[in-house]
Design a protein. Structure first.
Lengths: 292, 199
């Protein structure tokens, strides 16, 4: 049992290290494409610096960005996985170790005293979203979420009479409001329906779908594509300094909703999309899926 | 669009040459200062105690940055040197420029009307460092020369850092009243209205 705990802990630390120095391949490729199609010199210089930064970070093992994010985990836990209620303390342990070893910037602050805990753990931090699923494996998505891009998240509780038009307008408004702040080019997650909290959670979850993977629902895939084109036609560009690419992708997730509500959650993800995904088998062996 | 390589401290004449859209690489000393450095320095200035500011800021580049640092032996080493969001300093930056005659402000995300006017009046420019490109910024660091006001905590302290070929930075606000961020945003707002009308 202690072996199992040890290997899960070291697996989580590895996931956090991989995310600190890499961005997933689909993001890298989308940034490369944005660079190739750009003809605004300021935008091109920004994209070139971003691509060089990804290369330098991978080689030198210097963190991609000095904001090493809020440690966030989305976990699908198999009901037969041998470890359950201890998972939180084990992940907290891994986060403490990763914070010293990598090193990560301590980002967990008490909102009343502004005291920094110093090790990236605290009340409800790391943030863990847990879902119970059939099977004996555990699937983990780790996200190092930067403060700048989280600050431009939005929740719109629309009147249901506004419908699809209202949803599209909300997305455009959110982008104009975000402007240079979330370190664009960004990935835009849109969560529609559910409840206020669910819409925001779905918005964040939506950003995990690969950029080259369209929505499985053709109607939604069309809306994603339309919104992406419209957002980029705003001309905000990389870092909000003008240019062709403000967003690398728009991803939609949805849930059924109350008849009187139309919640729209929007999550923005900076270009430094530090995310890793792995599957642990019931012996604690980890298979890293993302990155590369 | 021109490209410049400047060594700090810079003269007013050099800064007045810069136009929005120009690209600048820096050599020499840059000094970090975010929220708390602004607050403390301006408090000292208000009390007539500018002599208590530990470095001469005239002509210098002030960088909105809270670095990741670690002491290795007797020396401070920098592991993260990317920019932080400049908007937080908007309310005080024009005063800071007036009091201390810094010529370059480096950061990300842009600044607004008050700073733009201050830069025009006193001769300063805002250089946008590509947000999140901390590894590239860190590899331009030659050494930590000094650190002051460590009691503010390492991210908020005043770090005096020697850099080589620090960049690319883009001139996003120049000393002639031009602001690339507000230009881009006001165009975007117009386009957004057109787009929304067609949904």
């Amino acid at each position: 049992m202690s072996d199992l705990r040890e290997s899960i802990k070291s697996g989580i630390v590895t996931m956090m290290r991989e995310a600190a120095f890499n961005v997933p391949r689909d993001v890298r490729e989308a940034l490369q494409r944005a660079y190739e199609i750009e003809d605004n010199p300021v935008a091109k210089a920004n994209l070139e610096a971003i691509l060089r930064n990804i290369e330098v970070s991978g080689k030198t093992k210097l963190p991609m960005c000095q904001d090493t994010g809020t440690p966030t985990f989305f976990i699908e836990l198999g009901e037969d996985f041998p470890l359950k209620s201890e998972l939180r303390s084990l992940i907290e342990d891994a986060v403490r170790t990763a914070t010293t070893e990598i090193p990560l910037r301590p980002n967990a602050v008490d909102p009343w005293t502004y005291k920094n805990s110093g090790d990236n753990t605290g009340r409800y931090v790391p943030i863990i979203h847990l879902e119970l699923v059939p099977g004996s494996e555990m699937k983990v998505i780790y996200l190092a979420k930067g403060g700048g891009s989280e600050n431009t998240s939005k929740l719109y509780m629309l009147s249901p009479v506004l419908g699809l038009k209202g949803i599209k307008k909300a997305v455009i408004d959110a982008m104009v409001d975000a402007g240079p702040k979330p370190c664009p080019p960004i990935v835009v997650g849109v969560g529609v329906g559910g409840s206020a909290d669910m819409a925001l959670k779905l918005a964040k979850k939506a950003t995990f779908r690969r950029l080259d993977e369209p929505n499985p629902d053709p109607k939604l895939a069309e809306i994603e594509q339309e919104l992406l084109e419209k957002i980029n036609s705003l001309g905000l560009g990389p870092m909000g300094l003008g240019g062709k690419t403000y967003a690398l992708g728009v991803k939609i997730e949805w849930a059924h909703k109350h008849p009187a509500s139309l919640p729209v959650g929007i999550n923005t993800q900076c270009w430094a999309f530090r995310r890793s995904e792995a599957v642990f088998d019931s012996d604690g062996n980890m298979k890293l899926l993302v990155p590369p | 669009m021109a490209e410049y390589r400047l060594r700090t401290p810079v003269s007013e004449e050099d800064v007045r040459k810069l136009k929005v859209g120009d690209i600048v690489y820096l050599d020499g000393i840059i000094i970090t200062g975010r929220d708390q450095v602004h607050r403390r320095a301006l408090e000292l200035a208000a009390k007539g105690e500018k002599d208590k500011i530990p470095v001469n800021l005239e002509g210098m580049a002030l960088y909105h940055c809270g670095p990741i640092v670690k002491k290795v032996g007797d020396e401070w080493k920098i592991f993260g040197f990317g920019p932080t969001t400049s908007a937080r300093m908007e309310s005080v930056e024009a005063d800071f420029i007036r009091e201390f005659r810094v010529r370059l402000i480096i950061g990300k995300g842009g600044m607004f009307e008050k700073t733009t006017q201050g830069m025009k009046e006193y001769g300063a420019a805002y250089l946008a460092y590509p947000g999140g490109t901390s590894a590239v910024a860190t590899s331009a660091v030659k050494r930590v020369v000094d650190v002051h006001w460590l009691d503010l905590g390492t991210p908020e302290a005043m770090w005096v850092v020697e850099v080589e070929n620090f960049g690319p930075t883009m001139v996003a606000i120049d000393s002639h009243g031009n602001n690339l961020y507000t230009d881009v945003l006001s165009r975007a707002k117009k386009v957004a209205e057109e787009i929304k009308a067609k949904f």
